[in-house]
Design a protein around this ligand. Structure first.
Ligand code: ADP
Ligand code: ASP
Ligand code: MG
Length: 411
């Protein structure tokens, strides 16, 4: 018997009818002779609602209780999926993360999976169970508390199970029929890719393309999981969707493979900090301790021993950042006159392994934004990506302009 992992995202399990629909697809794979591990997300919108309740109750919440609340959405769909399969006479049962167990570290809200022992599922499969339905997005920390894997984390649950169980494939069923050159909801010219390299997918995901969680791509790359993204709404065929694979398995060699965006960014500037050794550590240490995910960093030119330090972070972490900085200031660890937060910015990035060998990508990108009169606030680059921070109201326009500029609609 071979094992197959099938993951269904929020929209694919949004109603009882949709659960029935995807359960039929699972049934087909059982009929094909697979032992199936199904990973489910919460019904669409549910996790957002739960996160909202937590924030309303406690703005600087205890992350362990956040996890207790937001993990619950997946428990509901796991049970409903198992019941639906049982109604179809398919031997199935549900498992919450702690029951498997999915062992994680203690980084609540963004926990990493450390190990997934297979013995419990193996024993049930040996007894004739055909489908194990797993609540995605959750595990159990070393202290025995429920831990969640960060937003979009069910993708990572899926890949981690595929690796642990040496599954023949990990199919991620979602509401689009594959990975596109950019979010098809932003650009009607977005083109579906047959294949995408792990490294490009990794960058796109970490720069905001939420079709796969970053960590899931990392794990797939490391454990050589055959990872496919496909639609749960279309009729199924063997070649559907996008295969995420090694660079060598791809013929296309464009400079840019895709455009990603991250809408809800903020730009924070500390005015007039002392320009001396250790200042960056004194600022970013407390920010890290407060759980602020700092992304881009710019240190402005120094005048008379003082400088401005700018960084970007998710917009919903600005108050956390503000508190961490004012606490550090009160404790005499840093000194600044003012903290300015621009909450109306977004990040747009171009990604491609072809950038290693094609020159001039940055120049083309900046020219294209200039042609649209879009001002760039911060720039960062790496070997295979260039990101800019711009005013949020121009985000869609920038994505479309860059998609056109690099002719991504053409294969
Ligand atoms: P699920 O609930 O199934 O996990 P997500 O909403 O997390 O689905 O991810 C799918 C969404 O990702 C799509 O609806 C699409 O809007 C968005 N997306 C962003 N960038 C891309 C891209 N490059 N290709 C495909 N989808 C993308
Ligand atoms: N339900 C979680 C979220 O919305 C996990 C997931 O769907 O992957 O982030
Ligand atoms: Mg998702």
């Amino acid at each position: 018997m071979t094992r197959l992992v099938m993951k269904f995202g929020g929209t694919s399990v949004a109603t009882l009818d949709r659960i029935k629909r995807v359960a039929k697809r699972v049934g087909r794979e059982v009929a094909n002779g697979h032992e199936v591990i199904v990973i489910v997300s919460a019904m669409s919108g549910k996790t957002n609602e739960l996160v909202g309740w937590v924030n309303e109750t406690s703005p600087f919440y205890d992350a362990r209780e956040y996890d207790a609340v937001v993990s619950s959405g997946e428990n509901v769909t796991a049970g409903l999926m198992a019941l639906t399969l049982q109604e179809m006479d398919i031997p199935a049962r549900s498992w919450q993360g702690w029951q498997v167990p999915v062992l994680t570290d203690g980084a609540h809200g963004a926990a990493r999976i450390l190990d997934i022992p297979t013995a419990n599922l193996d024993a049930k499969f040996a007894e004739g169970m055909k489908v194990a339905v797993i609540a995605g997005f959750q595990g159990i920390s070393p202290e025995g508390r429920i831990a969640t894997l960060g937003r979009g984390g069910s993708d990572t649950t899926a890949v981690a199970f595929a690796a642990a169980h040496k599954a023949v494939r990990c199919d991620i069923y979602t509401d689009v029929d594959g990975v596109y050159t950019t979010d098809p909801r932003i650009s009607s010219k977005a083109r579906k890719l047959e294949r995408i390299a792990f490294e490009e997918m990794l960058e796109l995901a970490s720069l905001g393309a939420k079709v796969l969680q970053t960590r899931s791509v990392e794990l797939a790359m490391r454990f050589k999981v055959k990872l496919r993204v496909l639609s749960s709404f279309d009729e199924y065929d063997e070649t559907a969707g996008t295969l995420v694979c090694d660079e060598e398995e791809i013929m296309e060699s464009k400079a840019v493979a895709g455009v990603a965006y991250s809408r809800d960014e903020a730009k924070v500037t500390l005015i007039s900090v002392a320009d001396k050794p250790g200042i960056a550590a004194a600022i970013f240490g407390p920010l890290a301790d407060a759980g602020v995910n700092v992304d881009m960093i710019v240190q402005n030119i120094s005048e008379e021993g003082r400088t401005d330090m700018t960084f970007s972070c998710p917009v919903d972490q600005v108050s956390r950042a503000d508190r961490a900085m004012s606490d550090a200031k009160a404790a005499g660890k840093i000194d600044y006159t003012e903290l300015l937060a621009d909450k109306e910015v977004a990040k747009v990035s171009v990604v491609g392994i072809g950038m290693r060998s094609h020159a001039g990508v940055a120049a083309r990108m900046f020219q294209s934004l200039r042609d649209e009169n879009i001002n760039i606030k911060v720039i960062t680059t790496s070997e295979i990506k260039i990101s800019v921070l711009i005013e949020r109201k121009y985000m869609e326009l920038a994505v479309q302009a860059l998609h056109d500029c690099f002719e991504l609609e053409k294969a």
